[in-house]
Design a protein around this ligand. Structure first.
Ligand code: PLP
Length: 511
């Protein structure tokens, strides 16, 4: 016979057991949560306090061996303490420390403690930004922050913004809207409905040689192909309105159709910037979309001393800003601004289950219409909490400090005969190379510089960048960390010099 009572009881036991895995109102669940978080924060604190180099120096083979020793799909689970111990050995101990002064390769930032608190809140409550009924207060905060950011960057009330997963997605959105806007205005052709117009094979997107690779990636995903990317090669002229105008005219002469120009406010490698104001006039004159990729440089707006470098940004049709770079937010956190909020209509869709049109009349805002994501993290909470805690004044000091740090380090490199500075960048990047004398042949110098970078990484002593400038190998420091002192960078330069000299002595045998 079916025993309903015992059956019901066993189901209750099972769901009670689940309660230990989730946050719930039982004291067991709350205790498990608090204990887990305490263990995690202890493990993190221990690591941060004991980490002496940016990387422990494990080789790919060693890491692989550790991972191989784990059953990734276990039938039965083990205690969270055991799992955390395993995670400590596997991941926490082998992190690249963004807090270490010798971690300075990429736009890879230390994070504000305030934003780590925000991460806990946003994942614990797991609000999803696609619809108001999954995130009421979160939706309003994200929208308010977007409105405020539009104003802060100088846009009027026609502008709007959305949070994105970062610069890649923001650049993609900028070019998506540029493409769809052009087809709509020029050919009355709705790409969302009809796909690409017949003329699209001739669409061209202009950018400088050193624009971020995601510009070309976007063109290919947008169905325009990488053939659509026209790069202005001359680095010194690249971001000038003369070069832009000349390129537009040349393309038109060939029967091609320039639809957009992407200028980079702070290139990833060199931090260089064009004059946005002047470029915007040229774009307006020829009716092409101006997208400003300010993933790196956008933070300059927070500095009274440096914001002039972004002059004219409010004339852009769209802007990319990354909060997980110079804004010290945990990954991921980016913003995409568009000058005319109607442009979001090009990607707008309605799903009856998610954002019915009737919601608008109730004052309910479903942010899904502004995003190419559906389920989306409440990343806006991170800058919201961080700004409340740190304030603009201190934030400005950090930006100014890191730029003056880069200037000081550049000056030190420039005055040292063992080094050559590529050039003085206008932002936090320092591009240089070990170059003890002019006699050593260029191939040897390239080899030595590349080897320095690799040796530092594999030993875990320092994570530095590498790039090519005028076809020569260079090293790069990206000085984002406002806690880093000049003397700490000088120690690293000393190490690089010693390594370089040793490599130089041994070069013939190494070859
Ligand atoms: C980092 C960066 C990107 C890509 O952004 P993600 O946040 O990494 O997706 C695009 N453009 C520039 C100039 C960047 O520095």
């Amino acid at each position: 016979m079916f025993n309903q009572e015992s059956e019901t009881q066993s189901l209750i036991d099972i769901t009670n057991q689940f309660k230990n895995y989730f946050l719930s109102d039982t004291s067991e669940s709350i205790d498990a949560y608090k204990k887990t978080i305490a263990e995690v924060s202890d493990a993190i604190a221990k690591q941060i306090q004991s980490q002496t180099q940016p990387y422990i120096g494990k080789s790919p083979a060693e890491l692989n061996k550790l991972i191989q020793s784990i059953n990734l799909l276990p039938q039965e689970g083990k205690s969270i303490s055991e799992v955390l111990k395993q995670t400590e050995q596997l991941i926490i101990e082998s992190n690249i420390s963004v807090y270490h002064p010798h971690c300075l390769a990429h736009l890879h930032c230390p994070t504000f403690i305030a934003s780590l608190a925000a991460e806990m809140i946003l994942s614990a409550f797991n609000q999803s930004m696609d619809s108001w009924d999954q995130a009421p207060a979160a939706t309003m905060i994200e929208q308010a922050l977007c409105d405020e950011l539009c104003r802060f960057y100088g846009f009027d009330s026609h502008a709007d913004a959305t949070f994105t997963g970062g610069g890649t997605m923001s650049n993609f959105m900028g070019l998506l809207l540029a493409r769809d806007h052009y087809s709509d205005k020029q050919y009355n052709w709705n790409i969302q409905q009809k796909g690409l117009p017949p003329e699209s094979g001739k669409f061209r997107i202009i950018c400088a040689e050193n624009a971020h690779f995601t510009v070309a990636q976007s063109a290919s995903i947008l169905g325009l192909g990488q053939q659509a990317i026209v790069k202005i090669k001359d680095q010194t002229l690249a971001e000038s309105e003369q070069a832009l105008e000349q390129t537009i005219l040349e393309l038109k002469e060939e029967g091609l159709i320039p639809i957009a120009y992407v200028t980079t406010a702070g290139t990833t490698d060199f931090g260089s910037l064009g004059n946005i104001e002047n470029l915007s006039h040229t774009c307006q004159k020829y009716g092409i979309w101006l997208h400003v990729d300010a993933a790196f440089g956008g933070a300059l707006m927070f500095s009274n001393k440096h914001k002039h470098k972004l002059e004219g940004i409010e004339k852009a049709d769209s802007v990319t800003i990354d909060f997980h770079k110079l804004f010290y937010q945990p990954i991921s956190c980016g913003v995409f601004i568009v000058k005319n909020k109607k442009s979001f209509d090009y990607i707008k869709l309605h799903a009856d289950y998610l954002n019915p049109e009737s919601n608008a009349s109730l004052g309910i805002l479903d942010l899904v219409y502004k995003s190419i994501q559906t389920t989306r993290r409440f990343d806006a909470l991170k800058p919201f909490i961080a700004l409340q805690h740190i304030g603009l004044a201190n934030f400005e000091k950090m930006i100014d400090y890191t730029i003056s740090l880069a200037e000081e380090v550049s000056a030190i490199i420039d005055s040292d005969n063992s080094f050559e500075l590529a050039y003085q960048t206008p932002i936090n990047a320092v591009v240089f190379r070990f170059m003890p004398d002019k006699e050593t042949d260029p191939i040897t110098i390239d080899y030595i510089n590349n080897t320095i970078k690799t040796n530092l990484l594999l030993s875990g002593k320092a994570i530095i960048g590498q790039t090519y400038f005028k076809n020569k190998a260079y090293l790069k420091f990206t000085l984002l960390n406002p806690m880093t002192q000049v003397s700490e960078v000088v120690t690293l330069l000393q190490e690089i010099k010693e390594m370089g000299n040793t490599l130089l002595l041994n070069y013939p045998s190494a070859n």
